[in-house]
Design a protein around this ligand. Structure first.
Ligand SMILES: NC(=O)C1=CN([C@@H]2O[C@H](COP(=O)(O)OP(=O)(O)OC[C@H]3O[C@@H](n4cnc5c(N)ncnc54)[C@H](O)[C@@H]3O)[C@@H](O)[C@H]2O)C=CC1
Ligand SMILES: O=C(O)CCC(=O)C(=O)O
Length: 529
């Protein structure tokens, strides 16, 4: 029985662990309590790893992940996953995007209310210091305050809805959404970041990336209202931490609610010394409900990925399967087969692969190009080529992948054309389509119109269009006991001909050389699909 190893690098819910334990095909290793060096040796045998924010998937991790097919990030943020590094090694990165949304939303509200009422401080005053001093703890109300929401995705939009229930006025900044997502909720949408800076309370819910790090820095804080309240339950560093500290000590920022830090664990962070901050140790996802959902979904997705069944929420695959119409899939498969065929026909260093799509398929030409590249390189690389690393490997090998989308249709509803060029100047151009019978059909080779199924052992022979060639081909193949399964012929107006011969046997080099010696024959190529 085929066994796959799944390593769990951080703590996930028992329900997820049980699923891994109970699957007969899964060899499950719990490594959440192992030290980091030991973890690196454990992952060497892993097919899939499940991680949370405590495990950095960095160059060191990837170097040890020699057998790894996929990483499942049991949560949303992948800022601690080197996605480009994973792609280069063909490792699929998946996350579990919505299972902890509500937990993070509610923690954001808790921080907002805590900041407004200084709740942890009044609580400690009574509980730890045993002081009953009601006059010390006057806070503010959320009602009527203006809330600026940066990032209106799963979490930001739900925070906004809850804040609306508190009768706050919401203004949202998110350049990547349709404004109606905000305005339909009777909230204000802005493209002007300055509008956010004029709010009473600002909360951020973007991913952490080059564009969003230090999104709130010294200059932005200077433009804010005196006494502004800032919340960050997304990622440390979206608010520049030094600027945040300076703003809190000067009193410009009245209070901040912080769940996340640049460097975690953050037990010595300067923000912890301030009395106008509420903090939590990255607890956004820490509810039983969310951890149950994440644990189960992470385990399910890891098992499916280990078995090669599906890659839910893959972030570095060229296609999102849920977003492509069914007619596209066979074209992708056919493109990969043509890539494989053209490499065999040329047997020389590839320099360019140009992939064109005509008709509806043109919209998917980039995904198609990745599939063609996988097919073209599958026999010429020591690395395992897959859809994740194909573009990287092509770049490394100096192969240029070009695409062309021609939305106007040809006589065919959908047509793909793949032209492969080698360093010696050789080229092969094949166009193909699929009709309702679902057969992969070549309709043109190097400008010769021909109709032949894309399958089997194939000889492509070019010759001067003179009498006797077909007979000679037949007798040569018969002499070598080769049975012809199909013979298609095309001619052009330059008195040249091209034959595609599908054969039932493997063809020897001797046979190919003898075919090339036939009078008027100019080239013979052979491929096995
Ligand atoms: N504290 C915790 O434990 C948790 C933190 N998170 C973090 O919360 C954040 C939000 O998560 P989700 O809402 O699930 O993600 P999401 O992907 O649903 O939403 C992110 C939103 O940010 C927007 N965005 C991206 N770049 C932007 C920019 N430059 N300016 C303004 N908006 C921009 C996107 O268009 C998107 O609408 C992420 O950083 C995630 O890692 C998520 C779960 C738990
Ligand atoms: O549990 C975790 O890993 C933290 C959750 C989180 O930050 C996320 O899902 O982005």
């Amino acid at each position: 029985m085929q066994k796959y190893t799944i390593v769990v690098c951080d703590h996930i819910h028992e329900a997820g662990l049980e699923m891994l334990q109970n699957d007969k095909n899964i060899n499950f290793i719990m490594a959440a309590d192992e030290d980091k060096e030991k973890l690196l040796t454990i992952i060497e045998s892993a097919d899939v790893a499940i991680t949370r924010s405590s495990t950095d998937v960095d160059a060191k991790f990837i170097a040890h992940a020699k057998n790894m097919k996929a990483i499942v990030r049991a949560g949303v943020g992948v800022d601690n996953v080197d996605i480009a590094g994973c792609s280069k090694e063909g490792i699929i990165v998946m996350n579990v995007p919505t299972a902890n949304t509500i937990a993070a939303v509610e923690l954001t509200m808790a921080h907002m209310l805590s900041c407004m009422r200084m709740f942890p401080y009044s609580h400690n005053h009574l509980k730890l210091d045993r002081v009953w001093k009601r006059e010390k703890w006057y806070g503010y109300e959320l009602k009527g305050k203006k809330l600026g929401v940066i990032g209106f995705g799963n979490i930001g939009s739900r925070v906004a809805k809850r804040a609306q229930a508190f009768e706050m006025d919401i203004i949202a900044y998110d350049p990547y959404i349709n404004p109606s997502k905000v305005t339909d909720l009777d909230m204000v949408y802005t493209k002007n970041f300055e509008d956010i800076l004029s709010c009473d309370i600002i909360t951020i819910h973007t991913p952490k990336n080059k564009e969003t790090v230090n999104m709130i820095d010294v200059a932005e804080i200077a433009k804010m209202k005196d006494g502004v309240v800032l919340i960050n339950c997304a990622r440390g560093g979206l608010y520049n931490e030094e600027a945040l500290y300076a703003g809190l000590t000067s009193g410009k920022i009245r209070f901040a609610g912080i769940d996340v830090f640049m460097k975690e664990p953050a037990t010595n962070h300067p923000l912890l010394d301030l009395d106008n901050v509420t903090v939590s140790p990255h607890l956004g996802a820490n509810t039983y409900e969310s951890q149950y959902n994440i644990g189960v979904q992470a385990a399910e997705n890891a098992i499916a990925a280990a078995k090669g069944i599906s890659y839910a929420h893959a972030m570095n695959l060229p296609i999102d399967e849920s977003k492509i119409p069914p007619f596209v899939k066979p074209f992708l498969e056919m493109g990969q087969t043509i890539g494989f065929l053209e490499t065999q026909l040329n047997q020389s260093q590839i320099v360019t692969i140009k992939v064109s799509g005509q008709g509806e398929i043109a919209k998917y030409v980039d995904s198609l190009a990745t599939f063609v590249a996988v097919g073209a390189m599958s026999q010429i690389s020591d690395n395992t080529i897959n859809y994740v690393n194909a573009d990287f490997v092509a770049k490394e090998k100096g192969i240029k992948i070009e695409t062309e989308a021609l939305l106007d249709s040809t006589v065919y509803k959908n047509l793909i054309t793949i032209k492969l060029t080698t360093a010696e100047g050789g080229t092969t151009t094949i166009s193909a389509t699929i009709f309702d019978d679902n057969v992969f059909r070549i309709v043109s080779i190097d400008g010769f119109d021909i109709e032949v199924a894309l399958k089997g052992d194939m000889i492509i022979l070019k010759n001067q269009d003179v009498p006797g060639v077909i007979g000679n081909i037949g007798s040569t193949l018969a002499k070598h006991n080769v049975n012809i399964a199909d013979f298609s012929l095309a001619r052009n107006d330059k008195k040249q001909a091209l034959a595609v011969i599908l054969v039932d046997n493997v063809i020897s080099d001797d046979t190919l050389e003898e075919l090339l010696r036939i009078d008027a024959c100019s080239s013979v190529q052979y491929a096995r699909l």
